[in-house]
Design a protein around this ligand. Structure first.
Ligand code: AMP
Ligand code: ZN
Length: 470
């Protein structure tokens, strides 16, 4: 079946054609491990996870490499400021290596909670220093670099004619917008560091020897060097958040294409941002939302995942607790409904019906990862006249592609609770009983409907009432 994805390079939705039949290679830019990932970062990884699951559901063999940035990412994308890792180290009074390990572990635990499938390989930048030096050397031999005394080796972006092809912006716009701070001595505002020298007066915790002197790699070179090492000179998909289009990914192309001499990446897939109320969510603001914070407020990671899947990965999404509450209710209702059908299901499902539904689901998902459309089909299936066994068979498929753990959570709900009714539902049922006794039937009906909307049925008994899961 056809797969369509929006390619930032062509600015259009394209039919996906793999480099090699039945296989897909994906490189995604991973976290800078100097702090917690915020829930905006995690949105990007969830979107990428859906992309991987989509390929798997279409029978592809997926090779996925994700880097861990543990050196060289400076606080300004313009190669000025402090190394984020050193900053984290000072903030917490730990070594940069401890910081990297601590935040990498938390990142791994966050993505596991979000049911994000693990990458084929995670590549920490500090384990690929030689590959990065070798790539800078090649660029130097080809004449793309220059040295700024006391600062580093820089890439001369005026030497690469296609430099603006991904971001589409013009040099003049860049100057006028002054998005990037100038480092003294840069030939062009868009030039960037390939290798930074360690400062003379300060001993850095992470530094290496190189043909140009002791120092550390620039941030952009790591992804180019590691993807060349792990995937090769051509890849199907390179992905990251939309903020990477104009600087990081633009620079990555400039570092690779002159060296390999041809197009490097076939599809550039960029994930849109999650915003908080003040606009863009960012770690540098200090006070940001983490998955653990959501959990401490009673929202599970899977509820957050469900909230994300209700929107298109290509649209900005605003975060609010009201919206998250809505997603939580809706997810919990789904789980309850699944719990009910689970009880009567057996292995005798209708094969042709399952095929029909699966095709519809895939067609929707393959259309540029339309997860919201898939959730609509899920609701439709649950309301449909299909047998419970057919529904359960399809729920396995929904779980494979959406990763929402519907079956697992529904089973846990019925195993653990066997009818544990939330307090607020019991309270509503009590209020309904009081209303009935007072002959306020309008209120009694209203409460019955509310209880029903939450996925429960209230029945009158001789002594009061009984509540059941629908
Ligand atoms: P970082 O750890 O800052 O290198 O970012 C990790 C990933 O999260 C990158 O792919 C970024 O493009 C992405 N990202 C950063 N901020 C946001 C946000 N507010 N919403 C969604 N993705 C983001
Ligand atoms: Zn990258």
């Amino acid at each position: 079946m056809e797969i369509k994805l929006f390619n930032t390079m062509s600015r259009s939705v394209e039919v996906f054609k793999p480099l090699e039949e039945g296989k897909v290679s994906i490189y995604t830019c991973g976290p800078t491990v100097y702090h917690f990932a915020h829930i905006g970062n995690l949105r990007t990884y969830v979107s990428q996870d859906i992309m991987k699951r989509m390929f798997k559901a279409n029978g592809y063999d997926v090779k996925h490499i994700m880097n861990i940035t543990d050196v060289g990412h400076l606080t300004s994308d313009g190669d000025t400021g402090e190394d984020k890792m050193e900053k984290g180290s000072r903030r917490e009074g730990k070594s940069v290596w401890e910081i990297a390990k601590y935040y990498t572990d938390i990142f791994m635990s966050d993505i596991k909670k979000l049911n994000i499938l693990p990458a084929t390989k995670y590549t920490p930048a500090t384990q690929y220093i030689q590959e990065q030096i070798d790539l800078v050397k090649k660029l130097e031999d080809l004449g793309y670099t220059y040295k700024i005394e006391g600062d580093g080796i820089y890439y001369d972006t005026s030497k690469f004619a296609d430099y603006w092809k991904l971001g589409g912006q013009k040099l003049d716009d860049l100057k006028a917008g002054a998005r990037i701070e100038f480092s003294d001595g840069k030939r062009n505002p868009s030039d960037f560091a390939l290798w930074k020298f360690s400062p003379k007066d300060v001993k850095r915790q992470m530094e290496w020897d190189s043909p140009w002197g002791v120092g550390f790699p620039g941030w952009h070179i790591e992804c180019s060097a590691m993807s060349l090492a792990e995937i090769g000179e051509r890849m199907d998909i390179h992905s990251g958040g939309v903020d990477h289009i104009k600087v990081h990914h633009t620079n990555e192309i400039a570092q690779v294409e002159p060296v390999v001499g041809h197009r490097w990446v076939n599809y550039w897939v960029h994930m849109e941002f999650l915003n908080d109320l003040s606009g863009k969510m960012s770690k540098s603001k200090g006070d940001f939302l983490t998955l653990s914070l959501l959990e401490s407020k009673g929202y599970s990671a899977i509820v957050y995942r469900y909230f994300l899947l209700l929107a298109s990965y290509r649209k900005q999404l605003n975060f609010s607790y009201e919206l998250l509450d809505g997603a939580k209710n809706s997810y919990e209702n789904l789980v309850k409904r699944v719990g009910v059908i689970l009880k009567d299901a057996d292995a005798n499902f209708d094969k042709s019906a399952v095929e029909k539904w699966k095709n519809r689901i895939l067609e929707t998902l393959n259309n540029d990862l339309n997860t919201a459309g898939v959730i609509v089909i899920l609701q439709e299936l649950l309301k449909s006249d299909e047998s419970t066994s057919t529904k359960v068979e399809l729920l396995k498929f929904f779980d494979d592609i959406l990763g929402l753990k519907l079956l697992e959570n529904a089973k846990a709900l019925s195993d653990n609770s066997n009818n544990i009714i939330p307090v607020e539902i019991t309270k509503m049922a009590e209020e309904r009983l009081t209303a009935k006794k007072a002959k306020n039937y309008a209120l009694a009906d209203e409460l019955r409907n509310k209880i029903s909307d939450a996925g429960f049925v209230v029945e009158d008994t001789a002594t009061g009432f009984n509540i059941k899961i629908k």
